[in-house]
Design a protein around this ligand. Structure first.
Ligand code: PEP
Ligand code: MN
Length: 287
């Protein structure tokens, strides 16, 4: 076929001045972030799962066993929950971090938790392998700088009102402080649509991949906030080239203290893992 010389390529791929560390052209090849035996941005899909919030020692351990059994790679659990409303469960705080750490050690999976300010980052660094900056803190610049000074992989969720450019700049804040282990996480953006709580921006996957060398994962739980849409959205993300998926999974959905409606139960999570494995095989053939 004749070369398509649309002229768009050069402008699109030129490294933008403000994201010189995050942009694709700043290094040869893509960044692979290793956490234990798990590789973000490598050749296999990473599946992160666990409850929205750590609720008890028993709950997180039961969830951890289910994550491992289904073939998940990383255990999640929130100990500090920055809810839209101040009234729902706000997390067990350091006690939750201890239970999460214990469960992770028992099932031998790396663990991730959300940090909401510099103080909680200090606690999290003692207990977890990866920290998460939530959508509501994507432009908390002092937190971004603090995480940038810590030597720990970071999942940087997209703010639901943030453009991709603002998100790339948030990642630059972290990298500019010396931490190059940044993983983007698309989790849905605000739109006029009300059938789902947020609108999953699948375009973010190929756009981030063309603009940055960093890995990108997708959270289909937080984006739809509807149990029955999680599996189809996760499959769409993988087909679009996401490096991983983060889903909320609760061993007893009806008792969940946080985000039960957007969590999978154990058998649904197993089903998701089986379906993702099948898709991964197909996408590998084509990519
Ligand atoms: C979460 O992962 O539990 C969460 C609060 O996510 P987000 O920041 O995307 O809303
Ligand atoms: Mn949640």
């Amino acid at each position: 076929m004749a070369e398509n010389n649309s002229g768009e390529g050069e402008a699109l791929h030129r490294c933008e001045k403000n994201i010189m560390l995050v942009c694709r052209e700043s290094k040869n090849g893509r960044t692979i972030i290793k956490v234990g035996n798990v590789e973000f941005g490598g050749s296999t899909l990473v599946v992160i799962a666990g409850p929205c919030a750590v609720e008890s020692e028993e709950q997180i351990l039961t969830a951890a066993l289910a994550v491992r059994e289904a073939g998940g790679n990383v255990l999640r659990g929130g100990a500090y929950k920055p809810g839209t409303s101040p009234y729902p469960f706000q997390g067990l705080k350091e006690e939750g971090l201890k239970y999460l750490n214990e469960a992770g050690r028992i099932v031998e999976l790396p663990i991730v938790t959300e940090v909401i300010n510099e103080k909680t980052l200090g606690y999290a660094l003692k207990y977890v392998d990866i920290v998460q900056i939530g959508a509501r803190n994507m432009q908390n610049f002092s937190l971004l700088k603090a995480v940038g000074q810590a030597n720990i992989p970071v999942i940087l969720k997209r703010g639901y009102s943030a453009t991709i450019n603002e998100w790339l700049n948030a990642a630059e804040y972290i990298m500019a402080e010396g931490n190059d282990k940044v993983i983007f996480c698309e989790r849905g953006i605000s739109s006029f649509e009300t059938a789902t709580r947020y609108t999953l921006d699948i375009s973010a996957v190929p756009v981030i991949k063309s603009k940055s060398h960093l890995p990108i994962i997708v959270d289909p739980s937080c984006s739809s906030c509807v149990n029955k849409y999680i599996i189809p959205l996760a499959k769409a993300a993988v087909a679009a080239g996401a490096d991983g998926i983060m889903v909320e999974m609760h061993p007893k959905l009806q008792d969940a203290l946080s985000d039960g409606m957007q969590s999978l139960d154990r058998s649904q999570f197993l089903e998701l893992c089986n379906q993702l494995m099948a898709i991964e095989k197909v996408t590998k053939t084509f990519c």
